[in-house]
Design a protein around this ligand. Structure first.
Ligand code: UD1
Ligand code: UDP
Length: 359
């Protein structure tokens, strides 16, 4: 069967976005192929998501692995060119803002293959973030742009993107969350991780937080201050692992550091948490729907809707400890607004648009 849609996927945040789109296209009988670049390769950063999210195994894994931005992106481009030429898809779908997304966008557009970008139009306006560069280039090259929030549409329009190519579809990552919700078990996750009483979940992997040893030392002091307030459980991303451990992450008795967690375990823990401290894009969105106070340790966010219509706030190393203490004292919110179309049906809307493109 010839390939109508080829999905390019590569790293942890891609997989929960891909799952509902793949499922909705499968329901519509569209012939699909999944190419995994191999940007993330540890079981806990990759394969576990395919098992837990009922994603079919990738048709191809290019085994790209780690490297500098140029090395990783260049290797991915070379390998993708062969994969695209072999499959001759009618549409290539890319997700989010990782290096694999950028590489696929450049190769697809040079081969003249129509390109769709899921999660188009997000902007942090911070060009020190590799993801911002990836977003700008990918959107500029895309023929079909799927926006998760209304602010994203405004950014794209201001950049001169034809409004007819932009589709406001909602958030496929939230489709995955809502589908998983009946399987979440916060009490079990808490017991399995040996957590007693109130707890804070932390996930931090941005270069701005974990690359520089001085930043890491300051971050560990802040984490220990959280642990003075409540148990702090941190599934540690491989990017900062060694530096965090060297800086004494686990020397506080109420810090629990684990390997990266599978999706169901992680989201179960987050759903039962009293607060979350993060720099993850996806976690800002998930806490918005779960109603968990979220403290984002970044100077900006490309997801402002999680602040205006969610539970997120931007914090610094200086402001975060009192902010978390206040959240622990106040308890979890009982009512909060949620963003438009984050309703569990984004994958279906994307599939409808894709079907029109293929017709
Ligand atoms: C990448 C994305 C980032 C995303 C994050 C999600 C880019 C530019 N960055 O960052 O936007 O938020 O994924 O998790 O694409 N490593 C392992 N095992 C793995 C994968 C990575 O040990 O399975 C280690 C390697 O030492 C590697 C480092 O993590 O050098 C960074 O991996 P990489 O994919 O380059 O970037 P991330 O920081 O994961
Ligand atoms: N996640 C997970 N296990 C973890 C940490 C995160 O399953 O230990 C999930 C999280 O629920 C979200 C996704 O990974 O769905 C976000 O990926 P990440 O934070 O790596 O990337 P970002 O969203 O910042 O690009």
């Amino acid at each position: 069967m010839s390939t109508a849609v080829l999905h390019v996927t590569g790293a942890r945040p891609n997989f929960p976005k891909l799952a509902p789109v793949q499922a909705a296209l499968a329901e519509r009988g569209v012939a699909q192929r999944i190419v995994h670049t191999g940007q993330h390769y540890d079981d806990r950063m990759s394969d576990i998501f395919f098992r837990e999210l009922e994603l079919p195994r990738p048709d191809v894994n290019l085994g790209i692995g780690s490297g500098s931005h140029a090395e990783q992106t260049a290797r991915t481009m070379i390998a993708l060119e062969g994969a695209f030429l072999e499959a001759e898809p009618r549409l290539i779908l890319v997700y989010g803002d990782i290096n694999s997304t950028l590489a696929a966008a450049v190769v697809a557009s040079k081969l003249g293959i129509p390109l769709g970008h899921v999660e188009a139009g997000l902007r942090s306006f911070d060009m020190t973030m590799p993801e911002e560069i990836n977003r700008l280039v990918t959107d500029r090259l895309s023929n079909v742009l799927f926006a998760t929030s209304e602010d994203a549409i405004g950014h794209l329009e201001r950049e001169g993107v034809d409004r007819d190519t932009i589709h406001f579809v909602g958030n496929p990552m939230i489709d995955t969350l809502l589908k998983a919700r009946p399987r979440l078990d916060p009490a079990r996750a808490k017991a399995e991780h040996g957590i007693e009483g109130p707890y804070i979940v932390g996930t931090l992997h941005r270069p701005s937080n974990v690359d520089d040893p001085d930043d890491v030392a300051a971050l560990v002091r802040v984490i220990h201050a959280f642990a003075d307030l409540a148990t702090f459980v941190m599934p540690v991303h491989p990017r900062g692992r060694d530096r965090l451990v060297d800086a004494g992450l686990t020397s506080h008795p109420r810090v629990i550091a684990t390997d990266p967690l599978g999706y169901l375990d992680f989201v179960s823990l987050v759903s039962g948490a009293d607060a979350v401290v993060t720099d993850s894009g996806g976690v800002q969105e998930e806490t918005t729907i779960l109603g968990v106070p979220c403290f984002t340790m970044r100077p900006n966010t490309e997801r402002p809707v999680t602040i205006t219509h969610g539970t997120n706030q931007l914090v610094t190393r200086e402001s975060v400890v009192p902010a978390v203490a206040a959240a622990l004292a106040a308890g979890r919110p009982t009512a909060w607004p949620t963003p438009a179309l984050w309703d569990g049906h984004a994958g279906e809307r994307i599939a409808d648009v894709v079907q029109c493109q293929l017709a």
